[in-house]
Design a protein around this ligand. Structure first.
Ligand code: SF4
Length: 462
């Protein structure tokens, strides 16, 4: 019986139930495996009732000293506010997950520029960046000291302290629990049964390992008004300019096949006894698809569906390997869903400003390849939005013009992209304060004497 209890709060999307839970679930598993704490995850969707959320947290803590971790928060201000209130009421609140370091510290030079994002030191007792096992010494200590713990960031005596991080250790990324997730119910926490999960193979992105410089155009529109000036600003970037994951992690770790298989062995099962669908986290999964399926078969793991996410150029280059994997998937009665291809745009101007590294020609080749494969493997391959895929499509952007719209709508019309490729709603370009594009927009502010509002950790250009 565990002596104490702690809770990890995570963002939750009822449409994409697997999406943000891998990090919090990994952390909760590590805590339970290495400390006396029982650790549950409270997954909170948007528009939640704060009073009910706090009641659920209290119930999950069950009288233990309140320690509340926050995992994948998807830049949600309502969850920051929840953390702030809990901290004011005496809880130890810990910020973890992607961008926890830069979100805790705030936007670069915010002390000199008051309109910039001031960080989250008022909402969190401390932040932790890097592997979750860094928390173990803190949880196992009697005095609750976190100041010496690796990976911790905190504020003391008017300055930030940033402790060095441990490296990722595969040993802690093998077994991940999926049976301790709760949602907010009227009478307390209600268990959430996951319908799909994520399996980690590669943390970070190989494209993000390459540093380059890109000249990003001046915006055509800001705050829904024409910007009125032209030019460009050159920035450094590693990977896609809008990608905060790229800047946060680069290419951090690639797990062995053995670790991947152990994660798969722990995936919950559907009523038919097969594992629920899982997304393989690897931005270029095609070279390992056959090997993965062969090992799954050899271990007797009964899986139903693998979801793959990839860049469009790697999909095109990976045709042969994908085809090879699909032949094996067909013989195993496994479905492969291309659940997210990073098209982002069908305008070359916009793709260039995003430093996507390919043009709309590559995007169209990827679309045509997926349609062709669907014809060849009708039962084992899926890719369409009606199959559950949500492909990357960023719109509107600050570079939209009559020319970009003409290019985009022409491609959509010629290739019928609205039938199977485009998501039901597009996502506007989101500029996180610590992605590479943020350097562009801050330089623009200084050069042109403008200030853009911040919405929490995001820079509002719209
Ligand atoms: S958007 Fe995708 S391809 Fe681009 S850097 Fe991020 S993870 Fe890599």
């Amino acid at each position: 019986m565990s002596a104490s209890k702690m809770v990890i709060v995570s963002n939750y999307s009822y449409e994409q139930d697997n999406y943000s839970l891998l990090g919090p679930q990994t952390a909760a598993t590590i805590v339970e495996d290495n400390t006396d704490y029982e650790c549950n995850v409270l997954a909170i969707g948007r528009d939640f009732d704060k009073k009910l959320a706090k009641a659920c947290i209290a119930k999950l803590l069950d009288g233990s000293k309140p320690i509340v971790g926050f995992g994948h928060l998807a830049e949600r201000r309502d969850l920051y506010d929840l953390a702030r209130e809990l901290k004011e009421e005496g809880a130890v609140t810990i910020l973890g997950g992607p961008q926890s370091n830069v979100n805790f510290l705030g936007e670069v030079d915010w002390q000199q520029y008051d309109h910039r994002f001031h960080g989250l030191k008022d909402a969190f007792t401390f932040a932790i960046h890097g592997p979750a096992e860094q928390l173990i010494p803190f949880l196992n200590s009697d005095d609750g000291q976190y100041q010496q713990v690796n990976g911790v960031l905190y504020w003391a005596n008017g300055e930030y302290i940033v402790n060095p991080e441990n490296k990722w250790d595969e040993a802690n990324l093998k077994r991940i629990r999926w049976d301790n997730i709760y949602g907010i119910g009227a009478d307390g926490p209600e268990p959430i049964k996951v319908n799909s999960v994520q399996v980690l193979h590669q943390l970070g992105c190989p494209y993000a390992a390459k540093k380059t410089q890109v000249a990003v155009d001046y915006p055509t529109n800001v705050h829904n008004k024409p910007f009125g000036k032209t030019g460009s600003i050159t920035i450094d970037t590693c990977g896609c300019s809008f990608c905060d994951v790229a800047r946060d992690k680069g290419l951090a770790i690639r797990l062995s096949m053995d670790a991947v298989l152990e994660q798969i062995a722990n995936i919950p099962e559907n009523d038919d006894g097969k594992k629920v669908p899982f997304e393989l986290i690897n931005e270029n999964p095609f070279p390992v698809l056959r090997e993965l399926l062969e090992n799954i078969r050899a271990r007797g793991l009964d899986i139903s569906q693998i979801n793959l996410v990839a860049r469009a150029d790697w999909l095109v280059k990976g045709e042969e390997k994908l085809r090879d994997g699909l032949s094996l998937a067909q013989s195993m009665d496994v479905r492969v869903l291309m659940s997210g291809v990073g098209f982002e745009s069908f305008s070359d101007t916009i793709l260039r400003n995003l430093n996507k590294g390919y043009t709309s020609k590559t995007n169209i080749e990827a679309v045509q390849l997926m349609r062709k494969l669907k014809g060849e493997y009708p039962d084992s391959f899926a890719y369409a939005s009606s199959d559950g895929a949500i492909h990357g499509f960023i719109h509107p952007t600050p570079w939209d013009s009559a020319d970009t719209k003409r290019d985009m709508y022409r491609n959509i019309a010629i290739y019928g992209l609205d039938k199977d490729i485009l998501p039901s709603t597009s996502v506007p370009l989101i500029i996180h304060h610590a992605c590479w594009l943020a350097d562009w927009i801050r330089a623009l502010e200084l050069k042109e004497g403008i200030t853009l509002n911040r919405s929490g950790s995001l820079i509002e250009w719209w």
